[in-house]
Write a protein that binds this ligand. Structure first.
Ligand code: MN
Length: 762
């Protein structure tokens, strides 16, 4: 094997050679405390084989390739706590794929264990399919994932080395082409981050998520990072003041402890802002306090509870926010006691209490878990308290079981990967069409959700379904691996109680739309009655007046109001009382422009925009459509995605709809870039909220079409019972900068609380 290398060209400089050795020695230094006899020689041999094998190769960054395997090995020992076998495998992980060395040679030189790990890691990245029957309906990438997951039960170290490999690639993603960055980042968030989470590698999981965000949502990432930085001094001071009394009482009680204030990851902050729809300033838990006590494992549970009691002597706890993962550890082995207490300044602060042992498991996951399990084997036999069958072991048992079924052919490729992913996410269900096509639905989806997922028309006429050949009702909940055939009838139509059991947004929207069309007839009648009644009272019907009637009658939507009138629930007497109320409230008449029609000019511009402002690859004039899920604007960071039936679709790189598609079909991503052209106009949707007052609509309209000369297409405003004003405004803008200016101006209108850009008008 070494001979084969001899003729290779060595083009590394002396300085590079020194740097390679320096990094290798650093690796040895980190790992050597754990070495047993012969380990040092093993690592050295692995390093030499890799260094010789990759000698001609360079990374995209221009560095010698061997930097990468060394870095992966460093992660394996330093951040995952694995031993010599895994370190050697990490050094060798790209050798079989990229050099002339064969897996048989690795086995001969390094033994079966290392060869198996290297083989596993190699198989995950290679694209040829040997041992398994390939299902055409899942993408190549899904097939690769499946191979990776299959290796899990053989030796978990395969997946750990692969995660280390991915982590280093993400850390050095800068040198990759943009479309590759998007593909790699999407795969990472799709499978590697959840896997790291499942294996208890919390630190790596957070870093992978942060890096994902950095490359796909560049602006949001920079923004949060900057704000975290700006508020750091103030936060550190708060943390110091908060910790001081705890430090004293815990030390007085005789517990050696480390107390830290740990910032939350940028990704988790971003997620909170998104889910709760709040700005950075409103995220209250930007950090958590962690108390790590150094006690022996005999009394660790009661010791943690004693510390809890000391914490709550200083600060009042929120009883709803107590989490005890010591009595029942999380499925991935995580143990800790979490509480949220009221700190000074009336701010909630999360406090995590754990022992050094629990902390190491939390940070380094699986390997640490096994280490402690070995140590405690004898102890636990003695007191018999903790069962060895932790969640993690049970989970691996399930994987092993799946694998056996897969081998015997009782389990198809698709079923396998989906069952596995189901377990990672716990929030999705995977089902099949009669033709064997795989669909992913949210967990809890019913047969009717499935029907709407296939097509709205099929949903409308869905009578029932056959699940695995058996007839089931519409509200039947689907399980993983179910094969679903929908039965339709022309006579069937949606009814309101369908809304009680469907759970997908698509089904709900479809049903509501149908019901709305039925209501339309009643609503028109209501409108007719209302107009007549108002004119009898000497009032002119308009949107503003309608809004006031809604406030008076405590109704949220014009629709509901008109429908209630049409049905006769609201009578002319109600309107009489409204007039009296209105006269008392004010005498000011108001008018508000509510809708500005789309002009001919704009229509022309919109078509033109399609031809010459977006460059796909390096060309302009390629046909494309803008994706409706994220409504990209010029100036947005975008990419093209080649769809099967619908040509090229342009999405924002932060489009939430596309993460999965990008991960599974990375080869369909193409680079796209806007070249700004001032005369064009694009549709954007603004979500506006505020407190209602007379003339508010008029003022907003004035800012939009008067001051800024922006063309407004539609305004859809509702007022809640408390007089809260909320709605969407569709405007045409030139680009993101223009949109920013507009948002800033609207925010200044009196009574407006928030203005945000939203992706769609739902
Ligand atoms: Mn690699």
């Amino acid at each position: 094997m070494i001979n084969k290398m001899a003729h290779k060209i060595d083009n590394q400089t002396e300085e590079e050679k020194r740097e390679i050795l320096r990094r290798y020695r650093h690796l040895l230094k980190t790992a050597s405390p754990y070495f047993k006899e012969g380990d040092a020689q093993l690592i050295k041999k692995a390093f030499r084989t890799a260094a010789d094998g990759h000698i001609e190769m360079r990374r995209k960054t221009g560095e010698p390739y061997i930097f990468h395997p060394i870095a992966v090995a460093q992660i394996v020992v330093e951040e995952i706590n694995l031993g010599p076998t895994a370190i050697a495998a990490a050094l060798l992980h790209d050798v079989v794929e990229d050099t002339e060395v064969t897996i048989e040679e690795i086995e001969r030189e390094f033994g079966t264990k290392i060869a198996k790990i290297v083989d596993g890691v190699t198989k995950i990245s290679s694209t040829d399919v040997k041992d398994f029957e390939f299902d055409r309906n899942i993408s190549q990438q899904a097939e690769n994932f499946r191979k990776m997951l299959l290796t899990l039960s053989d030796d978990v170290r395969v997946i750990m080395v692969k995660i280390a490999d991915r982590l280093h690639n993400m850390r050095t993603l800068d040198s990759m082409a943009r479309h590759k960055q998007l593909k790699i980042a999407s795969e990472t968030i799709y499978i590697y981050a959840p896997l790291a989470h499942r294996l208890g590698l919390y630190k790596i999981k957070s870093e992978l998520e942060d890096l994902y965000l950095k490359y796909t949502h560049q602006e949001a990432y920079r923004d949060i990072a900057q704000k975290l930085n700006e508020t750091k001094v103030k936060r550190d001071k708060f943390i110091e003041d908060f910790i001081a009394p705890l430090r004293e009482s815990i030390s007085n009680a005789g517990f050696p402890a480390r107390i830290l204030g740990r910032p939350k990851s940028i990704y988790s902050i971003w997620n909170k802002m998104k889910v709760q729809n709040i700005p950075f300033e409103k995220v209250y838990d930007l950090f958590a306090i962690r108390i790590i006590i150094d006690v022996n494992s005999e009394n660790e549970k009661s010791d943690c509870w004693r510390v809890y009691s000391l914490v709550t002597d200083s600060y009042n706890p929120n009883p709803d926010r107590l989490r005890d993962w010591i009595s029942t550890p999380r499925a991935n082995g995580y143990e800790s006691l979490h509480t949220t207490v009221m700190g000074p300044d009336g701010k909630w602060v999360e406090v995590q209490i754990r022992t050094e042992r629990m902390d190491e498991i939390a940070e380094k996951g699986f390997a640490a878990h096994w280490k402690y399990k070995e140590q405690n084997k004898n102890k636990s036999k003695k007191n018999g308290k903790r069962s060895d069958n932790s969640g993690l072991d049970a989970w691996l048992g399930v994987i092993r079981d799946l694998r056996e079924k897969s081998k015997k052919g009782e389990w198809t490729a698709t079923e396998f990967i989906n069952d596995f992913r189901q377990d990672l996410f716990e929030k999705e269900v995977f089902v099949f069409t009669p033709k064997g096509e795989l669909l992913t639905l949210a967990n809890g989806a019913t047969a009717l959700d499935f029907a709407f997922h296939v097509h709205t028309e099929i949903g409308y006429h869905c009578l029932g379904a056959k699940v695995n050949q058996k007839l089931v009702p519409l509200n039947h909940q689907l399980k993983n691996g179910d094969q679903v055939e929908i039965i339709t009838s022309k006579k069937q139509t949606p009814s309101a109680d369908w809304l009680r059991f469907v759970q997908s947004a698509k089904a709900k929207a479809g049903i509501k739309e149908y019901l709305k069309s039925q209501k339309e007839i009643v609503v028109n009648k209501g409108l007719h009655i209302l107009r007549k009644k108002l004119s009898d009272l000497g009032l002119h019907y308009n949107e503003t007046l309608l809004d006031q009637i809604k406030i008076f009658l405590e109704l949220k939507k014009s629709y509901d109001l008109l429908h209630a009138i049409g049905k006769g629930y609201i009578t002319p007497q109600h309107i009489n009382r409204f007039k009296e109320w209105k006269v008392k409230r004010d005498n000011e008449a108001k008018k508000a422009a509510v809708a500005a029609p789309e002009s001919e000019n704009l229509k022309k511009n919109k078509n033109k925009a399609k031809i010459d402002t977006l460059f796909i690859g390096d060309e302009s004039g390629i046909e494309y459509t803008l994706a409706k899920c994220c409504n990209p604007l010029p100036g947005d960071d975008v990419f093209g995605f080649i769809t099967i039936h619908d040509g090229i679709k342009i999405h924002r790189t932060d489009c939430p709809q596309m993460v999965k598609a990008m991960a599974q079909h990375g080869d369909r991503i193409i680079r796209a870039q806007w070249k700004s052209q001032r005369e064009l106009a694009f549709l954007a949707i603004l979500k506006v909220q505020g407190t209602d007052r007379l003339g508010l609509l008029k003022d907003i309209t004035q800012v939009i079409s008067g001051d800024l000369q922006v063309n407004m297409r539609a305004m859809n405003i509702g007022i809640t019972d408390e007089g809260i004003f909320a709605g969407n405004i569709k405007v045409f803008v030139y680009d993101t900068q223009h949109l920013e200016t507009l948002i800033t101006k609207i925010r200044l209108v009196e009574g407006i609380v928030s203005v945000d850009r939203c992706d769609t008008d739902e």
